[in-house]
Write a protein that binds this ligand. Structure first.
Ligand SMILES: NC(=O)C1=CN([C@@H]2O[C@H](COP(=O)(O)OP(=O)(O)OC[C@H]3O[C@@H](n4cnc5c(N)ncnc54)[C@H](O)[C@@H]3O)[C@@H](O)[C@H]2O)C=CC1
Ligand SMILES: O=C(O)C1=NCCCC1
Length: 315
């Protein structure tokens, strides 16, 4: 009889997580994913169930990394909330299993993992695709993803200016109070992204918020929101003029409204660039369309669980 699963919740996951360990761990996972070797990674495209009544979705994200002995699935619900709603817009739980026995070893809070791994993968895209002398970072949105992106981008890079834009003044104020570093609040998207070298879109919008005509040539855009086939954050001009990178080709062709509806060509996966099989066009305008992958959650949860085991004297 297998031991019952351990539960590792929000505060503990936060304590065990460090970006300096997470970034190389995710670079390794992205590279393995793009090699498409089933002994490295099996990760089907996310299965999504529509929650009609609640105006949301439940995503199931299973992954098996045979060579690493990691079997995992994330369950994530995400919603289109009304303005002013106090309910969470995303809720996730990560389950780690023993591939031999099939029992659940650990259940981890998935919100911290989702925030951290999404921002870390975005930072990897910037490391690979932004101009070497990038000075201005603009973040659109002031929610959870905006915050984790602010934190890791400031930890990994030295931007001279970080700008933030939100639809509401309250959003900007709340954001300002939750960070300690530099911040310029902007009243419009156009003002925020003018001459910006790196732009992160982390909004819940379903129509384009970022327009190619405003984007500085050579900028790197990290598009984190719009994870449904009929949702957009970026307009057709930007999608068609930029060199487009994604986390998963299959995922992008199934879930990304920005890719599907614009008809833009997907040049490469981030893992292809890591593996050296596709070029990083730093000098051109680039878009990294992030949708989130199970392998990112599996690698992150495994990292956290190993640290938990070490701390508990089990390793
Ligand atoms: N690519 C990935 O791996 C992941 C993507 N996401 C997606 O990232 C996006 C942001 O997620 P969170 O920060 O967790 O959400 P959140 O609810 O914490 O923040 C959402 C932000 O979007 C803004 N917003 C809402 N509607 C808008 C509109 N019509 N125009 C402009 N701004 C608007 C809100 O004011 C807020 O600042 C969501 O679309 C979410 O589904 C979330 C997790 C992982
Ligand atoms: O990868 C994830 O986790 C998510 N992706 C898109 C929407 C919410 C969660």
């Amino acid at each position: 009889m297998a031991a019952p699963p351990v539960i590792i919740w929000e505060n503990e996951v936060q304590k065990l997580m460090s970006y300096s360990e997470l970034v190389p761990c995710l670079e390794d996972a992205l590279g393995k994913f793009s090699r498409r070797d089933s002994a490295d990674v099996i990760q089907p495209v996310r299965t999504t169930v529509v929650l009609q009544k609640q105006n949301g979705f439940m995503g199931l994200m299973p992954t098996y990394m045979e060579n690493d002995g990691v079997l995992c699935t994330k369950l994530v619900c995400f919603y289109k909330r009304q303005d002013g709603s106090t309910l969470p817009s995303t809720q996730a739980t990560v389950v780690l299993l023993d591939p031999e026995y099939g029992n659940v070893k650990a259940v981890l809070d998935g919100d911290v993992i989702t925030d951290a791994r999404t921002a870390a993968v975005s930072a990897i895209s910037a490391k690979l695709l932004m101009r070497p002398k990038a000075e201005v970072l603009a973040i659109l949105g002031t929610g959870r993803q905006a915050l984790s992106h602010y934190n890791i981008f400031n930890e990994m890079f030295s931007f001279k200016e970080v700008r933030i834009w939100s639809r509401t003044l309250e959003g900007v104020e709340r954001f300002r109070q939750s960070v300690s570093g530099p911040l310029t609040a902007c009243v419009s998207v156009e003002e925020a992204i003018k001459e910006a070298d790196v732009i992160v879109t982390a909004t819940k919008c379903t129509e384009p918020v970022l327009f190619g005509q405003w984007v500085k040539p050579g900028a790197h855009v990290v598009a984190v929101g719009a994870c449904r086939p009929d949702w957009r954050e970026l307009d057709d001009v930007l999608m068609k003029e930029a060199v487009v990178y994604v986390d998963s080709r299959e995922g992008a062709m199934t879930e990304s409204g920005d890719v599907i509806l614009s008809g833009a060509h997907v040049f490469a996966e981030l893992g292809d660039v890591i593996n050296g099989t596709k070029h990083a066009y730093r000098e051109k305008t680039t878009v990294f369309k992030s949708l989130g992958m199970g392998v990112e959650d599996a690698a992150t949860a495994n990292l956290v669980f190993k640290k938990w085991q070490k701390k508990a004297g089990q390793l």
